[in-house]
Design a protein around this ligand. Structure first.
Ligand SMILES: [Cu+2]
Length: 107
């Protein structure tokens, strides 16, 4: 089975995600959106690697315009799908996690 892994991915604000095609035999794409171009999921609106040969990487840095959960997929194999989340909610979750870790340390 061909999948994006890890999935989903949480990114800190301003963070960069790098995808590597570790599939030795096949090219893939990393294309934002959903194949059906549904609302809020327009194909390639945020990023598009175009055809990525085996061993190659593609990076995207998430900016203020990208806040939220961004769906992506492979245009060659549209059932390959993933999600990247970033923004204030992710930041808040990270702060809560750190606080919970601190509370555990103090107990
Ligand atoms: Cu693919």
């Amino acid at each position: 089975m061909i999948v994006f892994t890890p999935n989903p991915v949480n990114v800190a604000p301003g963070g960069t995600v790098t995808w590597t095609n570790t599939d030795t035999g096949t090219s893939h794409t990393v294309t934002s959106g959903k194949p059906d171009n549904s609302t809020g999921n327009i194909v390639a609106a945020v990023f598009d690697s175009s055809l990525l040969p085996a061993g190659k990487t593609f990076s995207h840095t998430f900016t203020a315009a990208d806040v939220g959960t961004i769906n992506y997929f492979c245009q060659v194999h549209p059932w390959m799908a993933g999600q990247v989340s970033w923004g204030q909610l992710v930041q808040l979750q990270a702060i809560i996690q750190r606080f919970q870790n601190l509370v555990q340390l103090l107990q």
